[in-house]
Write a protein that binds this ligand. Structure first.
Ligand code: PSU
Ligand code: MN
Length: 302
């Protein structure tokens, strides 16, 4: 299994000297944000993680290998090329065997991080139960991965392109803890709050690290969602964004968007309809998550 893994020099060094490492996904680069903001953000997020005492490991599939840590040129390639596949759990075997470029989703990044022994992962938003899933059955593989793979995901909560209530029910059934970082309310990505509460609240990195340590000491398989709210100054007004999401959902439906294309379509459409404000918010919240995620990795490593 180790023969499929290939580490950057920076990650290799961190592993041999026992430094804290933070995993990062690549779907957010290739399919979640437009070029060139995607590459710029990816680089800045990596630097924020370094500045907060941890080592970044952006994960992607290249030429039959799972790359744990990308070079600057590789980040550029993932941000600026059309032929990158969106890689979730089901895609890993095929994309590696055929030596294609694959940008890993939350689910696939968790799998690869776990193979590399990395327990802390920072991103913007997770996939979830989509609105209308009671008929479409569109439920992200991210949720099943959180149920079974031992990686904590620091994100900005669940986006309201999803059915947040059903996403929480699914996570509850699967025994995945949803922790609010400094909040009792579940953040909803573009807004710091939603109408839903989290399961537990943690007010500092040590509290998160302690909870993860006990969970995994007990061999309770699976991950955790650490939901860190977007800062007020970066947030988008709830009524405005809800309206836009409703329009984007209608367009997705009218265009017959299905399967793995739903989330990228929605992100692109919301960006267009907000004239870029959703992208600015997305960039700000990922950076905010990188600060907290690095601090959690440091505490978990202690
Ligand atoms: N949410 C975002 N940005 C993203 C994604 C989700 O705000 O880029 C990506 C993540 O990689 C996530 C994936 O794992 O979309 C979920 O896709 P799906 O719903 O097809 O499982
Ligand atoms: Mn889906």
């Amino acid at each position: 299994m180790k023969k499929y893994l290939s580490y950057s020099a920076e990650v290799q060094e961190a592993m041999s000297t026992g430094k804290p490492i933070v995993a990062l996904e690549s779907t957010i680069i290739s399919h979640g944000m437009p070029y060139p903001q995607n590459v710029k953000t990816a680089r800045e997020v990596e630097q924020i993680i370094r500045d907060n005492g941890a080592v970044p490991a952006t994960i992607a599939l290249i030429d039959g290998e799972i790359k744990i840590g990308l070079s600057d040129d590789e980040l550029e390639m993932f941000g600026n090329s059309q032929g990158v596949a969106k890689a979730s759990r089901r895609d890993l075997g095929y994309l590696l065997a055929t030596k294609q470029l694959g940008a890993t989703t939350v689910a696939a990044t968790m799998i690869c991080a776990d193979l590399a022994g990395i327990r802390i992962f920072v991103t913007g938003g997770i996939g979830g139960v989509h609105r209308g899933a009671e008929t479409t059955m569109d439920i992200s593989a991210d949720l099943e991965e959180l149920a079974q793979t031992d990686v904590a995901v620091i994100c900005a909560g669940a986006k309201s392109i999803l059915d947040i209530g059903l996403t929480l029910e699914y996570l509850e059934t699967k025994g995945v803890p949803v922790v609010g970082y400094g909040t009792d309310m579940l953040p909803a990505f573009y807004t710091p709050e939603s109408e839903f509460t989290v399961n537990f609240r943690a007010d500092n990195p040590e509290a998160v690290a302690d909870m993860l340590r006990v969970k995994w000491d007990l061999q309770l398989k699976g991950g955790a969602v650490i939901a860190n709210p977007i800062r007020k100054e970066d947030a988008i007004e709830k009524e405005f964004i809800d309206n836009i999401i409703q329009q984007a959902l209608t367009e997705a439906h009218n265009n017959g968007i299905k399967g793995k294309d739903v989330t990228p379509f929605m992100l692109g459409k919301v960006k267009e309809l907000t004239e870029g404000r959703s992208l600015d918010a997305n960039i700000a919240l990922v950076k905010n998550n990188a600060v907290i995620g690095a601090q959690i990795a440091v505490a978990f490593n202690a």
